[in-house]
Design a binder for this molecule. Sequence first.
Ligand code: HC0
Ligand code: SF4
Length: 578
Amino acid sequence: MVNLTIDKIAVSVPEGTTILEAAASVGIEIPSLCYLKDINEISACRVCCVEVEGEGKLVPSCNNVVQEGMVIHTNTPRVREARRTNVELILSQHDNKCATCVRSGSCQLQKISNDLGVLSVPYKSDLAVGKKSFWTTTFPLYRDINKCIKCMRCVQVCDKVQSLSIWDVSGSGSRTTIDVSGNRFIKEADCSLCGQCITHCPTGALRERDDTAKAYSALGAEGRLTVVQIAPAVRAAWGEAFGMPTGRATVGQLVAALRSLGADYVFDTTFSADLTIMEEGTELLQRLNAGDLKDQPMFTSCCPGWVRFLKSQYPEMTGRLSTAKSPQQMFGAVAKSWLAHRLGIEPENVYSISIMPCIAKKAERELPGMQSAGAGSDVDLVLTTRELARIVRAEHIDVEQLADSPFDDPLGNGSGAGVIFGATGGVMEAALRSAYFLTTGENPSADAFCEVRAAENESRPWREAAFDLAGTTIHCAVASGLANARHLIRAIKRREVHYEFVEIMACPGGCAGGGGQPVDGSDREKAASRGGVLFSLDEKAELRFSHENPAVKALYNEYLSSPCSERAEELLHCDHFA
Ligand code: HC0
Ligand code: SF4
């Protein structure tokens, strides 16, 4: 252990600990703008500088490790002055229009400026001008060069966590900025649209395409039925956007908010997650029986960030994806067919909106084959959790005061198995619960497969487990984060490992950590705690098996006849090569 003093407090920490971490261990928060633990420890912003007795110069605390006997001061006049100058210089190259910024209130630059009492910037404003400074693209990810503070977080997250290296430094001197690597347009780069660069950006330089205006006009439209679906992971996180702790705001309150915004029906994506299990589980057993999984596994296909990744990085493996559409898309197809039929309305008069923790879902709705109900796109509009929160705020809805409202029937019925889709390992677990039933005719214990839930400190960057289904062993693997997925795919291709069924989610922790989820500017990774909320909702659910969902059964009885039937294939499956 190393012993030192920070702000007159005696501290003892393991060797190799940074000054910033040592201070945090005794509750002293050193501000920073660029630091991300293990991902970006480059002291680019110099905001985390501290004074070390005996050293002439200030030192950045994020990448300097503690030494025995050090005496450190984290907040002296000299430190504050240096931080202030650094922040003022950053502000001189930043578009400081907080009133119209999507990150106002959760921006780390805004917070540090306020904390330091910066009321004016003494340096000449030097913003980028010219055509490269404004993106006019309709791509679901949007970048504002004049809000970029060159902290390098997006570069490092995309590189280290997602292995895609979409961003890079461009220009030099005072014109240094971050741009799409290789001088490409973002549409041409292989961006998975995971949105991790957005959630790790300390300012408003990166954000999703704003589709809230379309939502306002849809929610207010006469003569059309507005049908909203809520994704599993949204329920764990949406209250965070209103300063509430993870899991505090309930999904019932979200349903109530959507009703007061003008939604005609509010349904649950967990319904179609259960439907996905029926279709994907049946496909798995068919492929298993046909000998198709002898060499390579079947991959889950419900995460559109992962599907984009596989198609761009390993196109030769596209055929390994399940043909089952994602729950979002199955929901849209069912809403504009079976639901419209039951309600006696024309499918064209249904407008379907989904609330997703995800950016890639905005692109998924536009893919070929996602118009299968014959009434335009099966899903008309996708809003992220953050966009929904903006609408709720604009409508002055007091979230804490909302009373729970139930989902509508029949597409509001979902099982606990559907809820855990939103956490890494959840799709696999839900699928195994029903695959067990489909092969043995009996239900397993609902927790029989919880081994596939991600655990920390794995020796490999993915989790594996094997289960016996009526005498056949199914080898499974689960990965989240695309760099982890890449490791897994390489091992599969090199035949170092063999699995029949593999679940992959693009975002670390699964949709709970999705790129469309709220950001609070704290740098705390919330995927695990949000996932915990989803697993506990499943534990408390009356219905824990997808195949027991009464609405799913009714859909098969009245409309589809059976999983993977001709009609089910038409509506609920897709051709990934299209
Ligand atoms: Fe997910 Fe989904 S679990 S991808 O993360 O499968 O976005 O929450 O909605 O579609 O259900 C996201 C979350 C979904 C879908 C579901 C799947
Ligand atoms: Fe990289 Fe994901 Fe951002 Fe695309 S959305 S640039 S893949 S981090």
